[in-house]
Write a protein that binds this ligand. Structure first.
Ligand code: GLN
Length: 308
């Protein structure tokens, strides 16, 4: 296959770019080695190619959001979830304290307000916070096809500086979007964000979405097909926050970024792609990750709106 050589080549092309900076509002993330660079492709037939820092574990952060949204939709159904979390792009930063006027719903599940509400919706609605968190981590593990664990020092570091997320959760409680203790939900959400993954894991997780909810290696169904359509749609309009429009035009692949430097793209029926590079741009998206995806899209004609 020409893919391993191609991955090494594109990695070499973006490697000299040292612009941007690792996230520093979570002190433990600021300590990450900014030179790390990894990339992986997972095909829907189960083939996986990876290059660079492929065994380096990092926290999933916001890349957990589409997968946990999928779990909430699968567990509770579309009606219950849509009542609490909308699907409109907000055009705002990921941590904006913003709710839809009138309903008080977060605009979408990809910004923090929506993701905190979504975390609370996983499971039966009756289960305690610990059991629900277990369901979240088991669900993320099912997408990856191996047991994932949390990084407790990143968790503790974010918890100590999570005033903004606590503020968002209290607003959600005021509007009845959350019906339980806001602090408990934020704690679960921050543990969800602290789950450790590699680029290889992320590519396989993205490929499970691309494969309509069936894990490409094990053949296990993780979530139903209609849930995947919903998740990929929301990723394509909201996954890159206030850079979603640039991304849609330049790259054209449903995607999601995380502040630890991970980035995934999921092309229906074809491929899951993941990159890892900790330096971020002003939107909180990985600088070299965005460059890599721009290359993948143009080199391989992956833009969804490109007429063949
Ligand atoms: N845990 C982070 C937060 O809530 C996730 C943000 C992100 O990855 N964009 O701020």
């Amino acid at each position: 296959s020409p893919i391993p050589d191609y991955l090494a080549e594109v990695r070499g092309a973006v490697e000299p770019d040292r612009s941007g900076a690792p996230a520093d509002y979570i002190p433990e993330l600021a300590a990450a080695d900014p030179e790390r660079l990894g990339v992986a492709f997972a095909m829907v037939d189960g083939e996986v190619y990876a290059s660079g820092d492929v065994d380096q574990a990092f926290t999933i952060q916001s890349i957990s959001k589409p997968f946990v949204y999928a779990l909430a939709l699968a567990d509770r159904g579309f009606g219950t979830v849509l009542d609490k979390v909308g699907v409109e792009p907000s055009g705002e930063a990921f941590n904006e304290i913003s709710l839809e006027p009138g309903t008080g719903r977060p605009f979408n599940p990809m910004i923090n307000a929506g993701a905190i509400a979504t975390h609370s919706l996983v499971g039966t609605g009756q289960m305690g916070a610990d059991v629900r968190l277990r369901r979240v981590i088991d669900g993320l593990s099912a997408f990856a096809g191996r047991g994932l664990e949390t990084d407790e020092s990143v968790f503790a570091s974010e918890m100590a500086h999570a005033h903004r997320n606590f503020a968002i959760a209290h607003m959600l409680r005021t509007h009845g979007i959350l019906t339980e203790d806001p602090a408990t939900v934020v704690e679960g959400y921050i543990r969800q964000c602290a789950v450790l993954v590699t680029v290889r894991d992320l590519a396989v997780m993205a490929a499970t979405l691309a494969n309509n909810g069936v894990h490409p290696v094990s053949g296990q169904r993780v979530v139903p097909g209609p849930v995947v359509r919903q998740v990929l749609s929301v990723m394509s309009t909201c996954g890159m926050y206030d850079a979603a429009g640039d991304w849609a035009t330049q790259v054209g692949i449903p995607a999601k970024s995380g502040v630890a430097g991970g980035l995934i793209g999921s092309l229906p029926g074809q491929i899951g792609i993941a990159t890892f590079s900790p330096r971020l741009d002003s939107h909180g998206n990985s600088v070299r990750g965005v460059s890599l995806f721009e290359r993948f899209s143009s080199d391989m004609g992956l833009h969804l709106m490109e007429v063949p």
